[in-house]
Design a protein around this ligand. Structure first.
Ligand SMILES: Nc1ncnc2c1ncn2[C@@H]1O[C@H](COP(=O)(O)OP(=O)(O)OP(=O)(O)O)[C@@H](O)[C@H]1O
Ligand SMILES: [Mg+2]
Length: 444
């Protein structure tokens, strides 16, 4: 049941208001002055307070200020007189949700109370979501103990509290965005926006207007003025993904923003300031792009004040078992499944594969295996392996003959059916090979 505290020195108002609100199913308590009001506020922790701003013992604004200082995030509606607009404005500035003018119009009161509860529910939801997001991007969710990853963690730790620009390099799927978010959500500006812009996904003109905004009439489709991401990001983070793909024109505009912190909307004349931190990412080699005249060297140096290079999964195979465990937990949670067992031969295969798409590819392969699993075990047959890889990683208990048969078949396929080559590789005579082919009924 939602609770409401009424603070007013007028006993008639206390009585009528409390009976009106109780009838609507609220738990109502009342207080006649500031001191007892604050005491009740602390005791009952109401969801909503209806406060008369003129109280006999204390200044209503002071009561409001003290309530706003406490952990309880109750909404406060204030009651004022018509001639008291100055205090009303002051109260709204202090965080009162709304004001009600005396004598009270009960219909307006009901609507305001309802709105206050709706807004409070929304606020609670938003702060819950922000908290969840912050939890999702704690450093604990970046998996790896390899020396390369330890280096990455060290860098994240040392840049999180600074405002420097950062360049993150790494192959596709190595976790560039994950690291950028970890830096943002571990910084003092974690409550400010984290904005992603994929620089390769949109045309040059659109990208410019996305970044800087535009004024009305700047180009044919510019029907109204818009804010760019540099403005929307506030003191937060602008994550410029695929930075290697931006045009020379935009490269020089970006250089200017980074150097001076100011920019103009497309078609605009007013100079605006940005306070956002820029994290740029690329899976291309910027040095090569510079050598080929595709990327400005001065811009590169502006970005790489701090450079984080993410290793490919091939370079940190020792992290794979831990990653598999972590990703399986995540996948099972998302899909509401319970496929957590990984037999040793399957784990060996997962560790040995080349994973060109890095962690993202590993995650996709595990997701598929979890979906296809019949029981609670990840099966070799559900991994996206080539037939030969599967044989190589399989550790079924079979006879020597079985292995010999399979291996001869494997070699014959590898030498494209040349029996002479196969007998050389196997170091057996041609007649012996012929006999085995016949006995095992092998296909060539
Ligand atoms: N070290 C890691 N620990 C846990 N999960 C990871 C790690 N690295 C990457 N991932 C996961 O892999 C997926 C891909 O990561 P992300 O999108 O950050 O990669 P990327 O480098 O930005 O890739 P691309 O270049 O393709 O955009 C995400 O689901 C991410 O959570
Ligand atoms: Mg990415």
């Amino acid at each position: 049941m939602k609770s409401i505290l009424i603070i007013d020195d007028d006993s008639l108002i206390r009585k009528t208001l409390s009976s009106h609100l109780s009838k609507q199913g609220f738990e109502v308590q009342t207080a006649e002055d500031g001191e007892s009001g604050l005491k009740k506020f602390a005791e009952m922790g109401p969801d909503l307070v209806i406060l008369d701003i003129r109280l006999p013992d204390t200044d209503g604004l002071d009561v409001l200020r003290q309530m706003k200082d406490q952990a309880n995030r109750a909404s406060v509606l204030i009651m004022t007189a018509y001639d008291d607009m100055k205090t009303t404005v002051e109260a709204i500035k202090l965080g009162a949700f709304e004001y009600l003018v005396k004598p009270l119009d009960y219909m307006a009161l009901d609507l305001t109370v309802e709105k206050a509860f709706q807004v409070k529910a929304l606020e609670e939801k938003v702060s819950y979501l922000i908290e969840e997001k912050q939890k999702e991007y704690t450093i604990d969710n970046i998996i790896g103990h390899s020396p390369q990853m330890r280096e990455v963690f060290k860098l994240i730790g040392s840049v999180a509290n600074t405002r420097t620009n950062i360049l993150i390099q790494g192959e596709s799927g190595t976790g560039k965005e994950l690291v950028a978010k970890a830096i943002h959500y571990n910084s003092p500006y974690r409550d400010e926006p984290f904005i992603v812009i994929n620089c390769s996904a949109i045309s040059d003109t659109l990208l410019e207007s996305e970044l800087f905004g535009h004024v009305k009439g700047a180009f044919t489709d510019a029907v109204c003025e818009t804010k760019g991401k540099f403005e929307i990001a506030g003191k937060g983070t602008l994550f410029l993904d695929e930075i290697g793909d931006i045009s020379p024109n935009l490269q020089s505009k970006l250089l200017r923003v980074i150097e001076t912190r100011d920019f103009m909307k497309v078609g605009g004349e007013k100079i605006l300031k940005t306070e956002a931190r820029i994290i740029a990412a690329t899976n291309q080699n910027l040095r090569t792009l510079i050598e080929n005249g595709k990327f400005r060297e001065d811009l590169y140096y502006r970005f790489k004040v701090v450079e984080i290079c993410l290793p490919s999964l091939r370079e940190r195979k020792e992290d794979i078992p831990e990653l598999v465990g972590y990703l399986l937990e995540k996948i099972n949670r998302d899909l509401r499944k319970n496929v957590r067992k990984v037999p040793p031969d399957v784990m060996k295969a997962l560790t040995e594969l080349s994973w060109k798409g890095n962690v993202r590819e590993l995650e996709n392969a595990l997701t598929r295996a979890v979906i296809l699993a019949k029981g609670d075990v990840i099966l070799m047959e559900n991994l996206p392996l080539e037939a030969e890889e599967r044989k190589l990683f399989s550790r079924e208990l079979v006879s020597l003959d079985e292995i010999e048969k399979e291996y001869i078949q494997y070699v014959l396929a590898a030498v494209k059916g040349s029996k002479t080559r196969a007998s050389q590789v196997l170091k057996i005579s041609r007649p012996t090979l012929d006999k085995k082919i016949k006995d095992y009924n092998l296909e060539i």
